[in-house]
Ligand binder design. Sequence first.
Ligand code: GUN
Length: 285
Amino acid sequence: MTAQLIDGVALSRDIRAQVGQRAAAMAAAGRRPGLAVILVGDDPASAVYVRNKVKACEEHGLHSVLERYDASLSEAALLARVAALNADPSIHGILVQMPLPPHIDAHKVIEAIATAKDVDGFSVHSAGCLMAGLPGLRPATPYGCMQLIDSTGRSLRGQHAVVIGRSNTVGKPMALLLLQAHATVTVCHSATPDLSVHTRQADVVVVAVGRRDTLRADMVKPGAVVIDVGMNRNDAGKLCGDVDFPAVREALGSNGWITPVPGGVGPMTITMLLVNTLQAAEATP
Ligand code: GUN
């Protein structure tokens, strides 16, 4: 018997329906939640991502603005746009799509976004709130992973969670969210000599590395929960994650849970961006 699937599409549908209801309630009171998305340059993958974000807003009653700029846009001009959106009362969330062209300091841009509108949760302030256990906007991908784990009905209290990857956008905030949920957390990364020493002990494994087959069948404990954040292409050009999905699903057995790629973490990332935008709008006096 193979592990049960954690269906990110179905969970997204449920959460987005709630977002739609909350957005409608706000709109009925005369305040429509608004998201501004800025894309600089013509990276095709980024163009698809931002289009999907704007489309999701439109489908769930949120106001959205997409601003597209040529890759030659100056850092000063981008900072001026961010400042204007900070002051715009119809905008509650600002997302500047990464990566930015090399002549723009991404850190400076992220820090220019008003704290209350930082729906990516990437600013030092938002990261600090997460670290300190204070309320704030959480990065969408790890926030979505937490919803996926929660949907299995498993409590994280006292569980051993292993995060593979230490990025500022996924690995590090993921570890903090798991810690906040009372898991015992191990963070592994590219300098970890033997991943399997850790992953074989894990009740929950979150893989966010960007390399396929990072987690293989001999590396997991039967009954564990596996969350695959990866988005890669296999030799046939098919979308795949960081987990050897068929083999790991088998090794986890019927008490285990696993997210597919596509259809797991991916849809949840946009869903949690909508949740963050709504939260930002609801928190606006
Ligand atoms: N590029 C890829 N993912 C993201 C994201 O979640 N937010 C931003 N701002 N840029 C990204």
